[in-house]
Design a protein around this ligand. Structure first.
Ligand code: NAI
Length: 327
């Protein structure tokens, strides 16, 4: 059997953590042959609840689980980590201003960036799920001097999957027939779900739907799906977010299928006019554990306006955390 892969999950006692850990332990993320050592990081107040999840993980008797440990010390939790899923974050509390939120999370993600720098494995891959995910990834990367910034990504795969599901429902086609959909920008209401390059069973998606559906129904529905889930379910998206985290990392490690791509927020290399260094969502292909922003796509005027608006929000988040001294 291959050597176990060490996977550190933060926010392990939270809603997403509860849905995520069992999927990883079952082999959904790294495949049916790869043993996993799970390191669970929580704040001290929630460490006991995480221990409870460990009891249940034991009771699943998953053959791939090579280790299970709970930590409240980031340095220990990230020691030897090959994969880090940064799910734990500070939610926006009543009366909290945006600056308070950025600063509370800046405290968390700067500490975790330094801890990753100290002890993570040389091949570490990081996906930030906790919001504001893009900017949290930027902060963590800036505090991990010795790790290439490109290893720090933020999750927009849930937005991608939501968009695929909406296009499938609209066209009556199976989700498996849809390729080359892309999420651009920030994981926030300003994101741009883009179907201009997408195909449905090989047919251009834009020839199957009206422009008014794209701008008035599709984009707002995908961008506000999180709020819709809260309104209907009475709780935030947890299982679908966990599934997207599994897919984000599965595709990064195992590669995207030929003729398709995924969406990931990654440090910009200046592609598509997105300022270098900003962690922004792009269509990416992956292979051999590396990813590449899909080059050379035609960007319509409509797309340009949408991408620019979301990138402007990322710039303002970066300015705010710079002002707070968090970068
Ligand atoms: P939750 O509140 O149920 O769980 C968060 C957990 O993180 C709590 O157990 C808390 O104790 C822990 N935590 C807080 N600070 C920590 C730290 N410094 N170290 C380790 N653990 C820490 O929240 P839920 O529903 O699991 O969501 C987690 C995050 O994911 C939220 O920020 C949410 O906004 C975000 N999210 C992102 C999505 C995306 O598409 N990128 C989709 C859905 C949620």
């Amino acid at each position: 059997a291959p050597a176990p892969v060490t996977v550190t999950v933060t926010g392990a006692a939270g809603q997403i953590g509860y849905a995520l850990l069992f999927r990883i332990a079952s082999g959904a993320m790294l495949g049916p042959d790869v043993p996993v050592k799970l390191n669970l990081l929580e704040v001290p107040q929630a460490a006991k609840a995480a221990e409870g999840t460990v009891l249940e993980l034991m009771d699943c008797a998953f053959p791939l689980v090579a280790g299970l440990e709970v930590f409240d010390d980031p340095t220990k939790a990230f020691d030897g980590a090959n994969i880090a899923l940064l799910v734990g974050a500070r939610p926006r509390g009543p009366g909290m201003e945006r600056a308070d939120l950025l600063s509370a999370n800046g405290g968390i993600f700067s500490v975790q960036g330094r801890a990753l720098n100290e002890g993570a494995a040389s091949d570490v891959k990081v996906a930030v799920v906790g919001n504001p995910a893009n900017t949290n990834a930027l902060i963590a990367a800036s505090h991990a001097r010795d790790i290439p910034a490109q290893r720090f990504t933020a999750m927009t795969r849930l937005d991608h999957d939501r968009a695929v599901a909406q296009l499938a429902a609209k066209t009556g086609a199976p989700v498996s027939s849809i390729s080359k959909l892309a999420i651009w920008g920030n994981h926030s209401a300003s994101q741009y779900p883009d179907i201009t390059h997408a195909t449905v069973g090989g047919t251009p998606a834009t020839s199957l739907v009206e422009q008014s559906w794209i701008s008035e129904e599709f984009i707002p529905r995908v961008a506000q799906r999180g709020a819709e889930i809260i309104a209907v379910r009475g709780g935030s998206s947890a299982a679908s977010a966990a599934n997207a985290a599994v897919e984000h990392m599965r595709l990064w490690v195992q590669g995207t299928p030929a003729g398709d791509w995924t969406s990931m927020a990654v440090p910009s290399d200046g592609s598509y006019g997105v300022q270098e260094g900003l962690v922004s969502s792009f269509p990416v292909t992956t292979s051999g554990g590396d990813y590449a922003i899909v080059p050379g796509l035609n960007i319509s005027d409509f797309s340009r306006t949408r991408i620019d608006a979301s990138v402007a929000e990322l710039l303002s988040e970066r300015d705010a955390v710079t002002e707070l001294g968090l970068l």
